[in-house]
Write a protein that binds this ligand. Structure first.
Ligand code: NI
Ligand code: MN
Length: 228
C-alpha cells in the first residue's frame, strides 16, 4: 500500500490498480498542494460530516465517477446531491471492495456539515480500517482517545496508523502517544495538525515521545508518500 499525505486528514492511497482518497479536504485547506480537479481516484472514503473532512468529495466523485464510501447519512446526503455511486456502511461493519476490505470503527467526535442552509446532521463520526494485500491501514478520523483502540489493535493488527495530534478538536500529542500504545501499530503517522494556527503542534515531539515508548513514528510533509 502506498499512501500520500495531502494535508490535514486527507490521504490518497494506491492499492494495486485502484486509487483511493480519504477525507478529501483540498480547496480551503491552506496546506494542501493538490487541487480537487487534479485528483484521480475510483473510491472516496469520508470519516465524518465536518467540512474539513467531506471537503471536495462531491466534486471529486463527479469528476472521476468515483464511489463514495461512508456512513449511511453521509452517503444519503451525497445521493441527494446527485452522486450515483455511493456505498453506505456503518460502525462495526466491514465490506470487501475490489481494492480491499473496509471496516468502520467508532470515533468520539461530531459529524454535522455546515451549509448555507444551516447545520446538517450526518450520523456518527467514524474511524476506518482498510486492509489490502495483507496490509492494514487505520485512519482514526477525528477523535479523542478511547480504550477500545486496544481492541481495534488486537482484532486487526495494524501496519500503519494515522492519528490526529492537533489538540483542541481531537487528541493532542500526549493522548495520541497513549492511543498509539493502545493500537500498537508498526508505524504511526500524525495528521490533523499545523493546518490552522489553532492546530499548531511539533510533530518531532510526538516522534520522540513515541520513541521513548519503543514505538515507531513517521512524519509526512504534504506531498510525501509512504509505502508499506
Ligand atoms: Ni471533525
Ligand atoms: Mn477535523
Amino acid at each position: 500500500m502506498n499512501i500520500t499525505f495531502q494535508g490535514h486528514s486527507c490521504f490518497t492511497a494506491e492499492l494495486g490498480e485502484h486509487r483511493l482518497i480519504i477525507d478529501p479536504f483540498l480547496s480551503g485547506n491552506p496546506i494542501a498542494k493538490q487541487k480537487p480537479d487534479e485528483v484521480v481516484c475510483d473510491y472516496i472514503i469520508i470519516t465524518h460530516g465536518h467540512g474539513d473532512h467531506v471537503g471536495d468529495a462531491l466534486a471529486i466523485a463527479r469528476n472521476n465517477d468515483a464511489t463514495i464510501i461512508s456512513n449511511f447519512e453521509i452517503v444519503t446526503y451525497a445521493q441527494q446531491n446527485g452522486i450515483e455511486k455511493a456505498h453506505p456502511m456503518h460502525i462495526g461493519g466491514a465490506h470487501d471492495f475490489p481494492f480491499g476490505r473496509v471496516k468502520f470503527t467508532i470515533a468520539h467526535h461530531g459529524s454535522t456539515l455546515t451549509t448555507d442552509d444551516g447545520l446538517i446532521p450526518l450520523g456518527n463520526p467514524m474511524g476506518v480500517l482498510i486492509t489490502s494485500n495483507g496490509k492494514t491501514l487505520y485512519h482514526s478520523g477525528d477523535t479523542g482517545i478511547f480504550l477500545d483502540m486496544k481492541l481495534i489493535g488486537e482484532m486487526h493488527p495494524i501496519d500503519t496508523a494515522l492519528l490526529p495530534i492537533g489538540d483542541n478538536f481531537t487528541m493532542g500529542i500526549d493522548d495520541a502517544v497513549k492511543a498509539a500504545e493502545f493500537l500498537n501499530a508498526k508505524v504511526t503517522i500524525p495528521m490533523h495538525y499545523n493546518t490552522f494556527d489553532l492546530l499548531n503542534q511539533d510533530a518531532n515531539e510526538f516522534i520522540e515521545k513515541l520513541a521513548r515508548k519503543g514505538l515507531q513514528a513517521h512524519v509526512l510533509n504534504v506531498g510525501d508518500s509512504y509505502e508499506f
